[in-house]
Design a protein around this ligand. Structure first.
Ligand code: SAM
Length: 339
């Protein structure tokens, strides 16, 4: 089976690494800054660090939309499409067209030809208002084009504003190289998306999740009462705390910090306040992290984190840095270790 995975722009190298680690028989067919196509002998339903994973029905190169339609019309799609849709069911469907990720107008005669070919395979009929299946024909800016099948609802839609989606938390957590004896801290937890995803990811020793706002911490306590957290709730510690004063933790106690501190823009912090917040927090992080500790931070592109570190006596080094896009905003991911 062939699949197309999507992920936030900027994480290509990490996603390639993770797919190579996690899928036994695979081949990467093509990729760019936010999509990756792979072949797997084993059927895949999801990979937790991908935003979506779609069955890939056809793919090729095309200089324009007309040649993208032609590419699909000349590809034998019967097998891929029939095996991705539920067997023995008639499926009404819609084909949507995207250029560089944005909805684009169809080319009517070619569109109708494609609908006809798909009707013969799926048995249903084109139905744009209540489709059972959505097919998407994409043309990317590198002339890569592909037809994918969208089943079910898209992720991302029900998350409250400011909450990081689970696949993004997973990407950040993977960069921290999680270990089974981790004593983990997210001192700016917000909705606790990162610490809860760390708990789902695999074994750990303890997870501390903190925020300066007591209601957020109460909310996490309530979440942990749900049955699904029964086994793990005794190892997750919600705390009201100020990330700039973490004296409740001993020096070298924490093995991993993964966090999404305030970016300044939403909180209305000016550059001096941002400087103060980050230098105090980084100083505390340097004190708390164990010798082989690791910290991963997602920060808005306006936060001068490298300058704050290099103009201070804080003993932390940035070992990797990625420019990424999070909900359309430019951001940076830093992987940091003690010096
Ligand atoms: C960008 S949000 C984190 C969002 C979170 N990753 C999520 O997915 O919901 C930053 C959080 O830091 C908290 N915060 C701001 N200043 C803080 C401080 N000095 N100490 C601890 N938490 C703080 C805010 O209340 C906010 O919840």
């Amino acid at each position: 089976m062939e699949y197309l995975g999507t992920f936030p722009a900027g994480f290509t190298e990490l996603v390639k690494r993770l797919i190579e680690r996690d899928t036994s028989s695979h081949e990467l067919m093509f990729y760019d800054e936010s999509v990756i196509a792979l072949r797997s002998e084993r059927p895949l339903t999801r990979l937790p660090y991908l935003k979506n994973l779609y069955p890939l029905i056809a793919w090729g190169r095309a200089k324009d939309l007309q040649s993208a339609y032609q590419m699909v019309l000349h590809t034998p799609i019967q097998k891929a499409l029939a095996s991705s849709a539920e067997p023995n069911t008639r499926h009404n469907f819609v084909i949507r067209v995207f250029i560089e990720g944005k909805p684009a107008p169809i080319i009517r005669d070619l569109h109708e030809k494609l609908e006809k070919a798909i009707t013969e395979i799926l048995g249903g009929r084109p139905h744009s208002e209540r489709p059972d299946l959505e097919l998407q024909l994409h043309l990317r800016k590198n002339q890569q084009c592909y037809l994918i099948l969208q089943k079910g609802k898209r992720l991302d839609e029900e998350l409250p504003a400011g909450t990081l989606p689970p696949y993004l938390c997973r990407l950040l957590l993977e960069l921290s190289e999680p270990q089974k004896d981790d004593i983990f801290l997210d001192p700016f937890m917000g909705s606790a998306a990162i610490p809860l995803e760390r708990a789902r990811l695999g074994p750990y020793h303890m997870i501390f999740a903190g925020d300066i706002i007591a209601e957020k911490v109460e909310h996490l306590k309530t979440t942990l009462k749900h049955k699904q957290w029964e086994k793990r709730r005794k190892t997750i510690f919600p705390k009201v705390l100020d990330a700039t004063q973490l004296n409740r933790f001993e020096d070298g106690f924490i093995t991993r910090i993964v966090s999404d501190p305030p970016w300044g823009i939403y909180e209305g912090l000016d550059i001096q306040e941002l400087h103060r917040l980050y230098s105090s927090f980084l100083r505390e992080a340097a004190r708390l992290l164990s010798k082989n500790g690791r910290m991963v931070l997602l920060v808005g592109s306006g936060v001068p984190l490298p300058e704050i570190l290099s103009n201070s006596d804080i003993h932390l080094s940035i070992i990797e840095q990625f420019s990424v896009l999070v909900s359309g905003q430019k951001a940076l991911v830093y992987v940091i270790i003690p010096e």
